[in-house]
Ligand binder design. Sequence first.
Ligand code: 5GP
Ligand code: MN
Length: 339
Amino acid sequence: MKNEEISNIKQLLSTEKKIVIVPHKNPDGDAIGSTLGLYHYLLKSNHQVHVIAPNDYPHFLKWMPDENKVLKYDTQKAESDELISNADIIFTLDFNALNRTGNMETALAESSGIKIMIDHHQAPEDYALYTYSDVSMSSTCEMVYHFIDMLGDKNLIDANIAPCLYAGIMTDTGSFRFPSTTSHTHRIIAELIDKGAKNSDIHNNIYDTNSYHRLQLLGCALTNLKVLPEHRTAFITLSQDELNKYNYKKGDTEGIVNYGLSLENIVLAAIFIEDKQEGIIKISLRSKGEFSVNDMSRTHFNGGGHINAAGGRSELSLSKTVEKFISILPSYNKALNNE
Ligand code: 5GP
Ligand code: MN
């Protein structure tokens, strides 16, 4: 961010404000961690702050300080609409386009609150007065750390803020292993531990709270794994019937796509998950090296994200979506085999 923007924001936050903070729909660890981290920081500066998520999120994120105060737009619409329309400032975190908030889009677009975007996805939309976008950042949580630092308030990071930011950096870097993880990321993580993030507890809360059903669903997904060695691609499908059989709960499929990418020589991994209620196939794409799943998702699957991790959707049936995916692979063969 430019110095002038920082000083404008500092000025803006120098008096008490009504603030709403919004993550993307189906929030993940970085979305909830960054919104709650920023929430605790702004609360300490005596603002009136609310986090409003478009919808619910997995139970393995439901341990962060004040997580129980997060409003869910889909079930608390009237209260949320009022807060959004009366807000002086609206922070939008961990997404690049207002439509990623689903049904909240109209209320956000219509609010006269000053919008501030903090995000690390490719191709940010131009809806905010202040846009802090950096696609090289590991996570929005790392950016919230920098944001607090730029405002000169690093000393305010405490045992409420630190675990939230730690959690989002950890989840978006695949536990500090993706190429977006820098020595600087590790320095921030070290500082967050010093400020009260209990690192081992956080890993435990997020990764070691599986249900038996979730592991059974993982077993089903791995049984469905298909490998296309000529395209250096692996993909997994999960039908609605399979999800039902294993008592699917929100978050149960998180991370499964990465198993495809763990195969030797595989550069591209995908998972196709049927959602009968929404009438779509939810797609997650992951890659290694220079192969851009962001481009693939934008071009073919109505989505986007980052070079090595992107999401999308298809309105075709599960089998037709897979057929489409296989049919486009030859056009990427050169890029896939260059890795
Ligand atoms: P996931 O596959 O876990 O849903 O998403 C992978 C990454 O891509 C995440 O950073 C997520 O926020 C982003 N992403 C998922 N769907 C979309 C989309 O439709 N548009 C954009 N721009 N990013 C997405
Ligand atoms: Mn993120």
